[in-house]
Design a protein around this ligand. Structure first.
Ligand SMILES: [Zn+2]
Length: 484
């Protein structure tokens, strides 16, 4: 059966996002440095995060403040009393054989509940809970998981503070899941609590069901970029099962990033039994209204208010303001350029249009290119003063991103300066008219053929002719012919 012949069934997606609080200096319950990324394995460990007998965890106060800040930014209710639970499981990534986490059942209360994120366009995705927990260590394989002779464990990450953010199944497509995550990332980056640019700092699990089907969980989605891909695969798989009259079984599947498929990890009838119980080594956390209000007062500007400010302050369109503020680095780049450039609407078009599509094509983040605000503004000024055309500007921009060279030197070195030498262009116009007699004849009757002649002139100059002047010269020449 062909896939598109059956009407689309509705999709429901919920996400469970894990964000490392990357601004913290130490782990969640000990003083080991949380900045482990460039370190040798197992060098950021101590008896506490290794769970040695006789050690006691001490809660990182700043982590709680960060979590409250996230909760407020996600419009959540902050709990006045919350506590930690032990989630018991045997797996080499946690040397203690349990993870200190939070729980929302059996008397457990997460740090915050019931919030939402408003997507551009106004749709809301409800957030059911936010909790603090420790990150497990990392299992490392030599080669692939199948061929590796041994599993190596690096505990540098074990105990790093994680904020777990769980949504209701309000998301209606894989694409919307990506848009939600982009917005969430922008909020966390504006708060300064988590940087999505660091490898593995934001990970997510998803649950997805098709109308009339069963909920399937998808694990091991290593980056936000993979989410849309994994969910698209899973959506198609479930739809084709339902169309064949087969059942979607309740199970947990694993996203295989290399093969780009989901595979069965475990089929489960019920939730796994982690024997959750309150962590006996930590006292409950009491959060007063004063604490919450103090943190609320210290909150930085968030994407939504920044969006409104960019529209008011710079007069740019809502669409551009949305794209800019969905990516903190892009918004900052725009403002750095705008401080030195008098046409912010034009600037925003360049950033949201050309710059963003080059980044997408190159698969890079802005900071991974060599583009600076000075060079961006320099390139735009070359267009404004007529040195280069807008079309050449695009080429120059691409080259700056790769080489980091100043736009003026790129233009000089590559001979890209716009040709507005009238005599020279007149000579070329003669040549175009000589070589295209039929087009000239047509152009005397048909406007469209005029454009063809101008195009030929532009081609002769490799796009460097001043397009306005080229137009004038061709039209003038045609008028002279018509008058004869
Ligand atoms: Zn430690």
């Amino acid at each position: 059966m062909h896939v598109e012949t059956v009407p689309e069934l509705k999709v429901k997606i919920g996400l469970e996002v894990h964000c490392q609080l990357t601004n913290l200096k130490s782990k969640l319950f000990c003083s080991c440095s949380a900045d482990y990324r460039d370190s040798e394995p197992n060098t950021h460990i101590c008896p506490v995060c290794m769970g040695m007998p006789g050690t006691l965890p001490v809660l990182n106060r700043k982590a709680v403040e960060d979590a409250i800040m996230i909760a407020l930014a996600l419009n959540m209710q902050v709990s006045s009393r919350t506590l930690f639970y032990r989630k018991n499981y045997f797996y080499p990534d946690m040397p203690k054989n349990f993870q200190i986490s939070q729980y929302d059942r059996a008397g457990g209360v997460p740090i915050a509940k019931n919030g939402y994120v408003t997507l551009d366009g106004g749709r809301k995705v409800r957030i059911s809970r936010l909790q603090l927990e420790e990150d497990p260590g990392k299992l490392v394989y030599e080669g692939t998981i199948e061929t590796s002779k041994a599993t190596l464990v690096d505990y540098n990450r074990a105990g790093v503070a994680l904020a777990e953010i769980v949504t209701e199944p309000d998301i209606t497509s894989p694409r919307e899941a990506r848009i939600f995550l982009q917005k969430l990332r922008s909020i966390l980056e504006h708060l300064g609590v988590s940087s999505g640019e660091l490898e593995g700092s934001m990970r997510c699990d998803a649950n997805i069901s098709i109308e009339g089907g069963t909920r399937v969980e998808v694990k091991n989605i290593s980056s936000f970029k993979e989410v849309e891909r994994a969910l698209n695969f899973e959506m198609t798989r479930q739809r084709s099962l339902l169309r064949k009259g087969l059942c979607v079984g309740r199970e947990t599947r694993h996203w295989d990033e290399l093969r780009r498929v989901t595979v069965t990890l475990r089929v489960k009838e019920e939730e796994e039994d982690y024997r959750y119980f309150p962590e006996p080594d930590l006292v409950p956390i009491l959060i007063s209204n004063e604490d919450v209000e103090r943190i609320r007062a210290s909150m930085p500007e968030l994407p939504d208010s920044r969006k409104r400010r960019l529209m008011e302050q710079y007069g740019i369109s809502m669409q551009n303001a949305e794209v800019l503020t969905d990516n903190k680095a892009l918004a900052e780049f725009f403002e750095a350029c705008a401080a030195d450039y008098s046409r912010p609407d034009l600037l925003s078009n360049w950033i949201v249009g050309d710059l963003l599509s080059y980044l997408y094509d190159m698969g890079l983040e802005l900071r991974q290119t060599k583009l600076t605000p000075q060079h961006m503004v320099g390139m735009l000024r070359l267009i404004d003063d007529g040195t280069i055309s807008g079309k050449i500007g695009k080429e120059v921009l691409k080259e700056i991103m790769v080489t980091g060279e100043a736009p003026e030197s790129i233009v000089k070195a590559r001979g890209l300066i716009r040709i507005s030498d009238r005599e020279y262009l007149e000579r070329l116009t003669d040549k175009v008219f000589e070589e295209n007699p039929k087009a000239v004849k047509d152009a005397l009757k048909d406007e469209k053929a005029v454009r063809f002649l101008v195009g030929q002139l532009m081609k002769l100059t490799e796009g460097k002719a001043d397009p306005q002047l080229a137009n004038i010269l061709v039209t003038k020449r045609l008028k002279a012919l018509a008058g004869k």
